[in-house]
Design a protein around this ligand. Structure first.
Ligand code: ADP
Length: 176
C-alpha cells in the first residue's frame, strides 16, 4: 500500500529489512552500544558483516530517540541508520522518544543525500511497544515531517508479519 504527501511517497510492505536493495538507507533497530544483537539488529549485522560493528561501535553509546549513520558494508544499501527506540514502560515519554527517533533518522538521511529510506517497526519487538501505537506515532511523525524533506522521496515501512503490516496500513490510511 502506498500514499503520497507532496513529493514524498510512503509505502508499507511485508518483508525483510536486509533485503531492500533498491533503497539508499535502511534503519536498524539498534541497541545502545550499537552492537549486533537479536531481532533487526542481529539480521542487519549478519547481512552486513563484521565491518558494520567495527564502524558503529565507536559512535555509541546512544540514548533512546537518538540515531547515528554508517556505511552499509555488505548490505545492498549505501547507509545504515542506527536508531535506539524506547523500551515500552521504561523510557518515558515513549511516544515522544519514538517520534524523535523518526525525526533524527530522517534528518541523517537528508544530511547524507539519501533519496529512499526503509524502516522496520522500531521498538515493537524486544522493546515491547504495542504495534498499533507505534505505527500511529511513526506515520504521524512522517506526515508532519514530509513537507520539510528535501532529498528523501520514498519512505518504506518493512514489516515482518501480516499483523504488523495491517497495523501500519491502517495508520497510513488514517494519516495520509
Ligand atoms: P526493538 O528492540 O526496537 O523492539 P526488534 O529488532 O526486537 O526491535 O524488533 C522490531 C520489529 O522488527 C519487530 O516487529 C520484529 O518482528 C521485526 N523484525 C525482526 N527482524 C526483522 C527483519 N529482518 N526485517 C524486518 N523486520 C524485522
Amino acid at each position: 500500500m502506498k500514499r503520497t504527501a507532496g513529493a514524498v511517497t510512503v509505502e508499507c510492505v511485508r518483508g525483510d529489512i536486509t533485503a531492500q536493495g533498491d533503497v539508499d538507507a535502511v534503519v536498524n533497530a539498534a541497541n545502545a552500544r550499537l552492537e549486533p544483537g537479536g531481532g533487526v539488529a542481529g539480521a542487519i549485522h549478519r547481512a552486513a558483516g563484521p565491518g558494520l560493528a567495527e564502524e558503529a561501535r565507536p559512535l555509541g553509546p546512544i540514548d533512546p530517540g537518538e540515531a547515528v549513520i554508517t556505511g552499509g558494508h555488505e548490505l545492498p544499501n549505501r547507509f545504515v541508520i542506527h536508531a535506539l527506540g524506547p523500551v515500552y514502560g521504561q523510557d518515558r515519554p515513549e511516544a515522544e522518544l519514538l517520534s524523535r527517533l523518526y525525526r533524527n533518522a530522517l534528518a541523517l538521511a537528508e544530511e547524507n543525500g539519501a533519496v529512499s529510506v526503509a524502516f522496520p517497526a522500531i521498538s515493537t519487538g524486544i522493546f515491547g511497544y504495542p504495534i498499533e501505537e507505534a505505527a500511529d506515532v511513526a506515520l504521524r511523525t512522517l506526515r508532519d515531517a514530509a513537507e520539510g524533506l528535501r532529498t528523501v522521496r520514498l519512505v518504506r515501512f518493512v514489516l515482518f508479519s501480516e499483523q504488523d503490516l495491517d497495523a501500519h496500513e491502517r495508520a497510513l490510511a488514517e494519516t495520509f
